[in-house]
Design a protein around this ligand. Structure first.
Ligand code: ADP
Ligand code: ZN
Length: 430
């Protein structure tokens, strides 16, 4: 099950020679065409010819999302404006968005990597793809859309939400695979359950590509059960084309990062130094093929680790562990560092708990976990509910070291997350 067997199985020596060649080209191009990099190189006394081995990568400057914003809209372009074909933006929370330009080659490469990523799980031209990601400026939907078309799949550009219509489309056109956020995957599971749909009996769904935000193995299992399919973790970011940067193969043991297109480093976010293989750190990516807007050592802020060893599928591109969160997702309550995924892991493994939750921080450092009960989660006995609350708070304390307040809500009462969910609401007066 290969889309491009030669590229996907290049022996490591050949792959690394190719990476070095592409890195040298990229460095030469940005030195010649991007004033931002020219200035950085001058400050660091770097000449393009100094890059003689992959180890020389560490001499190059980092690029941050602040650099993208400061050079908005066209400051980081490495080609004339007329050579650009498509504009995407990445949301971000404050101020200007990040503008990401694609040339014709970039648009084609992005689709190519998605085609590779889909085919490695067994997708063929006979499959029907219902794309439940948000269409628009966001890369999430368009890039996978063109990837699936490249394979020859029938593509249904449904976008997220409107679950009645999703269901109708899935039934009428016998959709076999979908692409969506974990938040919407959880919601759609609840929706099908509520409408008495048994996916195995009533739908043709086989696979879901789930990404765009962090989630846990427990959430994967919940979506797999709820939708009756295999969930594959899919990773990407707009700065690197969008989806198709690293996806899981059939072995679901880490995501193969397409190393002929991206150079990866995993660093200690505080010191900027590389961490030993297998240790968690921040993923840093350098584009090797991007034409319109190459980026050197881009700080993704995503926390992950490298999986040592080879994958039985035969692909030589190394694998990343599940992204456990963004370095800036972390919040601190009473002096303890907490990632939302730690809470999610406990909630999604807990019987009786539903599929939607939100964490609120209020007053002077008070943390409340508001979580929906499962449809059959409450037998009407208040004392059972109180006991359950205590048990869940205790389980969370083991994971995050402090005991949050638990607020149970009826199924369906929290806002529906169709795209990326906002899981933490911080209204503390501190
Ligand atoms: P933004 O969210 O900043 O607007 P993007 O839409 O480009 O930017 O989203 C990219 C980000 O989404 C990644 O940097 C990462 O934080 C998150 N992401 C994407 N896929 C996954 C995944 N499979 N697991 C965890 N996080 C993911
Ligand atoms: Zn593999």
């Amino acid at each position: 099950m290969f889309w491009d067997q030669q590229c996907e199985t290049l022996d490591r020596d050949t792959l690394e020679r190719l990476q070095l060649h592409r890195l040298q080209e990229t460095v030469r191009r940005v030195a010649a065409n991007v004033p931002f990099y020219r200035q950085k190189f001058a400050e660091l006394h770097i000449q393009p010819d100094n890059i003689q081995s992959l180890a020389d990568l560490s001499r190059l400057p980092f690029t941050t999302s602040a650099d993208l914003r400061q050079n908005y809209p066209t400051g980081l372009l490495a080609v004339p404006c007329e050579a650009t074909l498509r504009l995407h933006t990445s949301s971000g929370t404050t101020g200007k968005p990040k503008a990401l330009f694609f040339s014709r080659l970039d648009v084609d490469n992005a689709a190519e990597l998605c085609a590779r990523s889909f085919v490695m799980t067994g997708i063929t031209a006979r499959d029907v793809f219902q794309n439940m990601m948000t269409y628009g400026m966001f890369t999430g939907a368009l890039v996978t859309h063109y990837g699936a078309e490249k394979i020859g799949c029938l593509v249904i550009p449904a976008g997220p939400g409107n679950s009645e219509r999703q269901l109708m489309l899935m039934q009428d056109f016998r959709t076999t695979f979908i692409h969506l956020t974990p938040s919407y995957g959880l919601y759609l599971s609840t929706f099908l359950e509520k409408h008495g749909i048994d996916p195995a009996r009533d739908l043709a769904l086989r696979k879901a590509f789930v990404g765009a935000e962090p989630y846990t193995e427990e959430t994967r299992r919940k979506i797999e059960e709820g939708l009756g399919l295999d969930v594959y973790n899919s990773y990407g970011l707009s700065e690197m084309n969008g989806p198709g940067v690293a996806f899981e193969c059939v072995h679901k043991s880490g995501m193969h990062l397409w190393e002929d297109h991206f150079l990866m480093e995993i660093i200690n976010p505080q010191t900027g130094e590389p961490v030993p293989d297998g240790e968690p750190g921040e993923l840093v990516l350098t584009t090797l093929c991007r034409e319109a807007m190459p980026l050197l050592r881009y700080r993704t802020r995503d926390i992950t680790s490298l999986i040592p060893g080879c994958c039985p599928c035969g692909r030589t591109h190394r694998r990343l562990n599940r992204i456990t969160g963004r370095s800036d997702d972390m919040f601190i309550v009473r002096g303890v560092n907490i990632y939302p995924q730690q809470i999610e892991r406990v909630l999604m493994a807990q019987k009786g708990v539903g599929r939607n939750y939100v964490i609120t921080l209020a007053g002077y450092d008070e943390m409340t976990v508001k979580v929906e009960l499962a449809e059959a989660g409450f037998d009407g006995q208040v004392e059972h509910l109180v006991k359950f609350q205590g048990q869940l708070a205790e389980k969370l304390r083991t994971e995050i070291l402090i005991k949050p307040r638990i607020e149970f809500l009826p199924p369906g009462s929290l806002p529906v997350n169709e795209g990326k969910a906002r899981r933490v609401i911080d209204e503390r007066k501190m």
